[in-house]
Design a protein around this ligand. Structure first.
Ligand code: B12
Ligand code: SF4
Ligand code: SF4
Length: 281
């Protein structure tokens, strides 16, 4: 970890740039604040060459509530929105990296979702650095019972990206007030009871539901093909399920559940709360 004299002027410039690129939220975490997550900290130390990371810039963009209210009927609407938001965050991260480079600093963005290291013990996806945790350390909000970052502005309806840098930025203070009100709407809304009232999310229950045509689904489908006789193999690869995998591999978006994002009342306007509870009660 590098220790440099931080610059308030540079920090304001970088924050303004992030917002002008289209982010709704931006915060700065110090590299030191991430020491409490040893697994992630190891990556933070390794990703930028010595002298290494001094600060993490965390950017967020909002998910419009109306998009989530359609999702149970037709997941493609929320999937398309997710694709757009991740593309936008990717653009923001790339442009910020170029901006840092032009100012004489290094920058390296942690991907929004993919690619991630594929790890045996988590049966697949496990990121180097968790945006929820960097966002907490950057003062954007705190974690709810649904395991997601809640922000005062948008509740959990925010997607995130983190950029590691050696620029001497001034860190933000953690958000002081706990945002989750323990209403348990997320617990009730989860179709597979993956969210515990203690705020622990059982990813082994969530993943097969949310990723039914993602990695867990693909493994199951491939196993079915391998075991089938020739006629059944032909039938399987001519099925809409196989085409759905093709579609997901093209878009890079394979989430089929948005319930824990939709159900949370935090950050919703009165009007959205009314629509949400009428349409989904
Ligand atoms: C892998 C992943 C998932 C996995 C696992 C989720 C989880 N709870 O760990 C699945 C596919 C299930 C998932 C689901 C969702 N995700 Co997700 N996900 C990620 C991703 C790419 C990496 C998370 C990670 O590995 N972090 C690193 C490790 C060190 O920290 P961790 O999160 O605490 O992970 C630990 C455990 O969860 C476990 N683990 C992680 N994955 C798996 C998988 C299995 C099978 C097992 C057994 C264990 C396991 O290993 C870690 C222990 O060290 C992040 C992007 C990112 N880089 O942060 C988005 C991210 C966390 N997801 C996000 C979202 C929005 C969702 C969903 C709502 C999906 C959707 N419709 O959009 C749901 C919410 C589920 C929930 N309530 O938690 C957002 C969160 C935004 C916010 N406001 O907080 C992120 C930050 C993406 C983004 N760029 O905005 N996700
Ligand atoms: S994404 Fe769906 S299945 Fe996963 S925790 Fe949220 S509500 Fe439950
Ligand atoms: S739905 Fe209620 S319990 Fe769940 S995260 Fe939001 S405020 Fe907390």
């Amino acid at each position: 970890m590098i220790m440099k004299k931080t610059s308030g002027e540079l920090t304001q410039k970088i924050k303004q740039k992030t917002l002008s690129l289209g982010a709704d939220l931006v915060g700065i975490a110090s590299s030191r604040a991430m020491e409490k997550y040893p697994e992630q900290y190891q990556w933070i130390e390794k990703i930028l060459p010595p002298p290494g990371t001094s600060a993490l810039i965390v950017a967020g963009i909002r998910i419009p509530p109306s998009v989530l209210e359609t999702s149970r009927e037709n997941p493609r609407i929320a999937q398309f929105s997710t694709q757009g938001l991740y593309a936008k965050l990717t653009g923001i991260a790339h442009d910020l990296t170029i901006c840092l480079d032009e100012l004489g600093f290094r920058g390296a963005a942690i991907p929004t979702h993919l690619p991630v290291p594929m790890v045996k013990e988590t049966q697949g996806l496990k990121a180097e650095v968790s945006h929820r945790h960097t966002a907490v350390e950057a003062g954007l909000g705190n974690l709810g019972i649904n395991g997601l970052l809640l922000t005062p502005e948008f509740g959990p309806r925010v997607r995130l990206v983190t950029i590691l840098t050696d620029a001497p930025l001034v860190p933000d203070k953690p958000y002081a007030e706990r945002l989750c009100n323990d209403c348990m709407k997320c617990v009730k809304a989860c179709p597979v009871q993956a969210i515990g009232e203690d705020g622990k999310v059982n990813v082994l229950a969530c993943a097969p539901n949310i990723l039914k045509h993602g990695l867990p689904g693909l493994v199951r489908f491939a196993t079915e093909i391998v075991k089938a006789d020739l006629e059944k193999k032909k039938e399987l690869i001519r099925s809409p399920e196989f085409w759905e995998y093709w579609q997901n591999l093209n878009t890079g978006i394979f989430y089929y559940c948005f319930e824990c994002l939709r159900a949370c009342p935090i950050g919703l306007s009165e009007e959205s709360r009314r629509i949400n509870s009428q349409a989904w009660s």
